[in-house]
Structure formats: C-alpha cells, structure tokens
Design a protein around this ligand. Structure first.
Ligand code: PGA
Length: 247
C-alpha cells in the first residue's frame, strides 16, 4: 500500500475551543493509519497541539517563520523558537505569504536555509498563478521558484523536505488541478531533483484537495501526499482524506 503524507494547513482558522476536540480526534485517527499525518497550526496553538497530540504520530508544524534567530522583528517567530516548542515541521513560501505578505524568492530561500539548519522539516510551496498557467509557463515558473528557493543550500539538507505543488489558482477556490496536470507538475519536480542531486524529495499536491478528489489526485505516481487547507478544517472530512488507501 502506498504511504501517503497528509498535512493540514489550518491557516488562520479555528479557536482553542474547536481545536481541543479536533486534536483529540486527529490523534486517534493518526494512530489507526499507516499514512503520515501532520497539522500546521497558528503559532499560538503550537503548545496546545503538542500537548494534545503527544501520544500520537501526528507531526505538528508551523505555517511560517522568520529567517533571523532573534532581533527587532516585531510580530515574528524564529526557527529556534519553533524548535523550542518541539515543532518539527514548517511551511515555507506558501503563496499566501508570497502574495499577501510580499515574501520574495530571496526571503523564501533565507527561510528555507534557516529551517534546514535548525533541523526542521520544511514544506516548500511552489506553484503558478492563473495567468502563468494560461500563458503555459507552469514548468518555467516551477523551475525558477525551485532554483531560487534552494540556491546555496547544501544538497544533503534538501533530503529532508517536502515540496508542495500548489497552483495558486486552485487554492481555496474549489477548483483543483486535474489528475493529469497535478502529475505532470509533480513529476517535473521529482525529475528536477533527480537530475540535479540524484534523489527526489516527497512531493505533495495542494489546492482544493478534498475527500471527493483525494483518491484521484493522490493516486498519481509522482504525488506522495497532500497539503490540505479548507478540507482539513472539518475533522470528519479530513479523516476521510487521511483514510485514503491507494495500492
Ligand atoms: P486549500 O488550501 O486546500 O484550501 O485549497 C491549500 C493550501 O493553501 O495549502
């Protein structure tokens, strides 16, 4: 059976009251599946997630971090602070960070470097906009984003990352990539690493992945799992995705 890596990105959603039963159920679900389960929560809930999920196999992650260790960066959290919490996972370069918070490829590179130096498992997000897709530039965009993100990072350290292919136009829209388009992009990502470094990281698909299309998207040979936003907010829906079985 194919082992899937299914990681929830809760974004800025849910409250403590909602998260307590959510984590309790997620812990139980994770202990009954061979799939790898993770959840990336707002910083302020990392402690709660750690406490509630300590007897489970769930990976607890953050959704962002700053690339400096400390300093006058009001409102920011460093990688070292995340590891203080026992956090082992962090999303880097999500398109919402790139677009809404103006994170450049250069900043994404600095964050990725720091995350890996601190032994965090990074989920590096890449993906094209609708316009880039219409102009048939998807593969060029992925190549450019990957080149800039991994610039000057020791290849060995890149073994411990996930690459999430998240077409920007599919995020939160209810319109996912087709099975074929997801495979084509994820295969490109695998080959990009194989050609450069002779190994391939795990590749996740993200963008309107839900309980109805999970099987189809995740059964692609180059897709190792998913990064799930909206459909992870309801624990019963996320459970169905986690329990996807692919032979
Ligand atoms: P979505 O978000 O599943 O709501 O489209 C995915 C993501 O942004 O990681």
């Amino acid at each position: 059976m194919k082992q899937l890596h299914l990681i929830a990105n809760l974004k800025m959603n849910l409250t403590k009251e909602m998260l307590i039963p959510y984590f309790e159920k997620l812990g139980k679900i994770s202990n009954q599946t061979n799939n790898v389960v993770g959840v990336c929560v707002p910083f302020i809930y990392l402690q709660l997630a750690k406490e509630k999920l300590q007897n489970s196999k769930v990976l607890v992650g953050a959704q962002n971090m700053h690339h400096e260790d400390f300093g006058a960066f009001t409102g920011e959290v460093s990688a070292k602070m995340l590891t203080d919490f026992g956090t082992n996972l962090v999303i880097i370069g999500h398109s919402e960070r790139r677009n809404l918070f103006f994170e450049s490829d250069e900043i994404v590179n600095k964050k990725l470097k720091k995350a890996l130096d601190c032994n965090l498992t990074a989920i590096l997000c890449v993906g094209e906009t609708l316009q880039e897709r219409q102009e048939k530039k998807t593969i060029n965009v992925l190549e450019k984003q990957l080149n800039l993100a991994i610039n000057d990072i020791e290849p060995n350290k890149l073994k411990n990352i996930y690459i999430a292919y998240e077409p920007v136009w599919a995020i939160g829209t209810g319109v996912s990539a087709t099975k074929q388009d997801a495979e084509q992009a994820c295969l490109f990502i695998k080959n990009y690493f194989i050609n450069k470094f002779k190994f391939a990281p795990k590749v996740l698909y993200g963008g309107s992945l839900n309980e109805n299309n999970a099987f189809e998207l995740l059964s692609n040979p180059s897709v190792n799992g998913g990064l799930i936003g909206g459909a992870s907010l309801n624990i019963n829906g996320f459970e169905k995705i986690i329990n996807t079985n692919i032979n």
